[in-house]
Design a protein around this ligand. Sequence first.
Ligand code: DC
Length: 225
Amino acid sequence: MSISIAIDGPAGAGKSTISRKVSAALGYIYVDTGALYRSIALTLNQQKIAPEETPKIESALHNTDIRLEFIDGEQHVFLNDRDVSGEIRTAEVSMLASKYSARPEVRAYLLSLQRKIAAEHNVIMDGRDIGTVVLPNATLKIFLTADAEDRAQRRYEEMLQRGQSADYETVLADIKKRDYDDSHRAIAPLKPAEDAILVNTTGNTLEQSVKQLSDVILQNLNKGE
Ligand code: DC
């Protein structure tokens, strides 16, 4: 049976950067489920379908093919055969993804895809509801968080590094809004699974956070053997 490590937590907690490094060290596939929600939000928005237009969303999803490929260990998302991995990394798509991801039809559409990947590979899968909904029987569940100010600072620096223009206060306000919306939606809200291990990386450098998470994972995987 494949091993699955569920990592949930709010936006900007460093889930993707840390999980990518830890999964490379363990030889697991790293699945960033936020990229799936971002890609769906991108296509629905491009088709001018609003989050409340359920029948239109259902029919658009029916005609949407979304696929993950792992190229040199890096996840790429293909939306109807077009690689949108770069296009989905904007502040606008972040906010759209948070909105569309509250829709039950969007969540149902992505659920089986996520479960299928986890059944076929050893994975570290990150998201908001992996330990609570997608993989309730995951080998190990982690809830990774940090203070909003710390997360905003990281996001802000990442955006500058990518050459995007950014303003710290706007990034912080966006993070707080997404925290609120993601944890107050009716379906699969962001919350730690009852059996999740809480890891708080506030004040840590990236290297310290990677070490902290790797240690927690290795200690707990060994315990289960
Ligand atoms: O992790 P991220 O910032 O790329 O996620 C973008 C949005 O997608 C996030 O605000 C909420 C949603 N999301 C979700 O609802 N469930 C997941 N498993 C992953 C992301």
